[in-house]
Design a protein around this ligand. Structure first.
Ligand code: ATR
Length: 273
């Protein structure tokens, strides 16, 4: 029997998750489909019911539902519990709908495992929105203890500090002057996503051996990403994180750890601006 998977979010039309999972279904001869479900808040209980009834074997969850979905789940586990953020849903054999988080693994597998002497590094997370708890936990799990955060709206940083007590809060207005102190900077804002919108300062004076990670992968080169790349800063965009979070979700659903081969990466790149 054909299995159904999918992703819920809003807006969601441009998600690459169907491309990713369908590629692996084909590669591993799994009879399954993966669809896009543009949802509203009212749809969430109905969608969870469909999982319980077996209409969906698993779902991914993206903005703006990663936190809201928790109200409708039977339980959240592991990194989902630690972050309060869910991006993968699955059903266990007792018909319990479980919320997991594979974003934390995605970020670690993609970039953070490669950072040497992590314990001495100072990391800065820019942005305190939906993805930030996963970014913070993944940095912490990589052995980095000195983690700062800044956000245009300071209240959201204060809220995150309640969960992650070790965070240093940097006022948004100090970002320009303090940016030179960090070894790792993660852009967890939506700045760069829309044409022409990006950081309105130039990252001048950042450390020479800075690692810059942009959670955004579409467009593949944001303005800041390009600027830093041209200055020989080690830069990463969000594509690898996206692929690795999908790999772990695929494993949770199918108990197969799918390979990330060059053909897949090229296929995804061909779909991006
Ligand atoms: P949400 O906050 O609803 O979870 P998100 O898309 O996950 O939404 O997060 C957007 C992030 O990008 C936030 O950190 C947001 O800052 P605010 O909390 O101050 O809104 C940040 N962001 C979006 N547009 C921005 C802008 N023009 N300047 C600075 N930060 C911006």
């Amino acid at each position: 029997m054909k299995k159904n998977f999918g992703i819920i979010g809003n807006p969601i039309k441009h998600s690459l998750s169907p491309v990713l999972h369908k590629y692996w279904f084909k590669k591993y001869n799994i009879n399954a489909d993966y669809s896009i479900l543009e949802a509203s808040d009212e749809d969430l209980p109905k969608i969870i019911k469909k999982i319980k009834e077996g209409s969906y074997s698993g779902l991914n969850v993206t903005l703006p539902f990663k936190q809201k979905i928790i109200n409708y789940l039977d339980k959240i586990v592991n990194d989902a519990e630690l972050t309060g953020s869910v991006n993968t849903l699955l059903l266990d054999n007792k018909k319990t709908v479980i919320g997991e988080n594979t974003d934390v693994f995605g970020l670690q597998a993609a970039y953070l495992k490669e950072i040497e002497n992590s314990s001495n590094k100072k990391a800065l997370v820019i942005g305190a929105g939906g993805v930030s708890p996963s970014v913070i936990l993944s940095i912490q799990k990589s052995g980095i203890t000195n983690i700062s955060i800044t956000n245009r709206t300071n209240e959201k940083c204060i809220f995150l500090k309640k969960k992650f007590k070790f965070l240093n809060l940097i006022p948004w207005t100090n970002l320009k002057s303090e940016i030179k102190n960090f070894d790792i900077i993660v852009n967890a804002t939506s700045l760069g996503l829309r044409d022409g919108e990006d950081f309105n300062f130039d990252f001048e004076g950042v450390k020479k051996n800075l690692t810059y990670i942009d959670i955004i992968y579409n467009p593949i080169n944001t303005k800041t990403f390009k600027y830093l790349k041209e200055r020989d800063v080690k830069v990463f965009n969000g594509l690898d994180m996206f692929i690795y979070q999908g790999q772990k979700a695929f494993y949770l659903w199918n108990k197969i750890n799918p390979e990330i081969d060059q053909k897949l990466v090229e296929l995804l790149l061909s779909k991006l601006k």
